[in-house]
Design a protein around this ligand. Sequence first.
Ligand SMILES: Nc1ncnc2c1ncn2[C@@H]1O[C@H](COP(=O)(O)OP(=O)(O)O)[C@@H](O)[C@H]1O
Ligand SMILES: [Mg+2]
Length: 288
Amino acid sequence: MTAAEPLLEVTDLVVEYPIKGFGRKPFRALKGVSIDVKPGECVGLVGESGSGKTTLGRAVLGLAPVTEGSVKFKGREIGTISRRERRELSDDIQVVFQDPYTSLNPSLTIEQTLAEPLRVKNVSAADARKRVRTLLDQVGLPADAAQRLPREFSGGQRQRIAIARALALEPALIVCDEPVSALDLSTQARVLDLFKDIQEATGVAYLFVSHDLAVVRHLSHRVAVMYHGEIVEYGDGDKVTSDPEHPYTQRLLMAAPVADPDRQAQRRADRARMLEAQREADLQAGAA
Ligand SMILES: Nc1ncnc2c1ncn2[C@@H]1O[C@H](COP(=O)(O)OP(=O)(O)O)[C@@H](O)[C@H]1O
Ligand SMILES: [Mg+2]
């Protein structure tokens, strides 16, 4: 595989969820989505709540039903593989979820949590312990964190632990689903820096999901914008997050928090004007 070839290649992906009740048509959460992630790249996926971002991440992880289209990883179709094949793949594709309070087993020490995937791979106890120390160091936690329990850590520290666990088997891709959304703003910034440092140090690729344009702007090489199960804009990260073409992305940009209070006020005024225009357009469309 050359560097230019995608690591992950999703093509015309359709995901439908069955709806309870006889004869009801399934709900189409993804309506033909194409996206690719190259080795070492961060692709941001933004869109408002309910647009289908988690569904896309879950389809890549084999957790959402692929109705049509394909999901390829390192050139191989993985949209429809067996559970056993999926388990083998789990070395290479890992995940970090949003909620740092439910994603760690409360009764395991941090060392046990981080060593678990290594022990499954028959890594010796001594080597696993060494690797755990390296991982803790990599995510900026002290070595004595190893013997402690999740409840002793803050939300930001727990996300660092979740990141360490995702890194344990040196994956090529990590699906990050709103991994900083539950954290306060200053913690968000530090954890985002960590994601960036880790990518530079290890060459891991991210599919980085967030409802917040400001979050993906920070580290995405390319950004895809999802709206009602479709990608409406996809391109260079700086361009999409600062000078978007699609009206929906422009609205997202207006909604994203900015540090400067004057600009914030300006944004709010712009946004109010846009919403007003939108409302008028909707009214006119309704009247027609
Ligand atoms: N397991 C499911 N069964 C039925 N509908 C679902 C399921 N998961 C998600 N959905 C629906 O699919 C749409 C997209 O959801 P999701 O992928 O979670 O969006 P996002 O992550 O962008 O908020 C939503 O309308 C949601 O209600
Ligand atoms: Mg989601």
